[in-house]
Design a protein around this ligand. Structure first.
Ligand code: BEZ
Length: 210
């Protein structure tokens, strides 16, 4: 069954490039970006994993860790990692799951048979510190994902978990945010000392709380 927002991210144990991993134990109380790619030694995937490796510090700032998956073997993942470092200028610094029996892909519904019967699509799950699924994304094989967008979503989730705000279209860290529609004007006045702007009664903006 498909995994939905708010579900607990299913646990699993699997071989990876960093040895056998039990997912929840590996993740502990950090955020996780768990993503699948269709196949090792393919061009789009090479750019995606190289770019994700370059974001290691950005992930760390957000208490987040990346973990990738495809149905290829650990040996293939390791051999391909050499190509990723050579061509993308950064060594892979996160585990890649070798899901050769497709058990994890089935658990996370990463194989979409009408797209491809055997290979995983480009799925992304953002999972929070208490193992709740907070974002799901599915991209086709021919389209590389935007991993800056993944960071942007983590920023939004971390901000909106801590404050009664939502983030508007194309929001980025530091920009104005939306006052939660559930708040009355009186409550908003109390919560946002810098004030807020009423564009419409249901659309009120304020400075990003720190
Ligand atoms: C790629 O990563 O380039 C790719 C993988 C599978 C199908 C198409 C493209």
């Amino acid at each position: 069954m498909a995994i939905r927002l708010g579900d607990e991210a299913p646990n699993f144990t699997a071989p990876t490039t960093e040895g056998e991993i039990s997912f929840h134990e590996w993740k502990k109380d950090s955020w996780a970006v768990f993503f699948s790619h269709p196949k090792d030694f393919t061009p789009v995937c090479t750019t995606e994993l190289g770019f994700t490796a370059k974001l290691k510090e950005e992930f760390a700032k957000r208490n987040a860790k990346a973990i990738a998956l495809s149905v290829d073997s650990v040996e293939d993942h390791k051999a391909w990692s050499g190509d990723i470092e050579e061509t993308q200028g950064c060594a892979v610094n996160f585990p890649i799951i070798a899901d050769t029996d497709r058990s994890v892909a089935s658990l996370y519904d990463m194989i979409h048979p009408n797209a491809d019967n055997t290979l995983t699509v480009r799925s992304v799950f953002i999972i929070d510190p208490v193992n709740k699924v907070r974002l799901t994304l599915t991209y086709p094989a021919s389209t590389g994902r935007n991993f800056n967008e993944i960071l942007r979503v983590i920023d939004s989730l971390q901000l909106t978990d801590g404050h009664k705000v939502a983030t508007p279209v194309n929001w980025n860290q530091g920009e104005d945010v939306i006052v939660s529609p559930g708040l009355s004007d009186d409550q908003a006045t109390e919560l946002f000392p810098t004030g807020f702007t009423t564009v419409k009664p249901y659309l009120r903006t304020t400075k990003q709380p720190s």
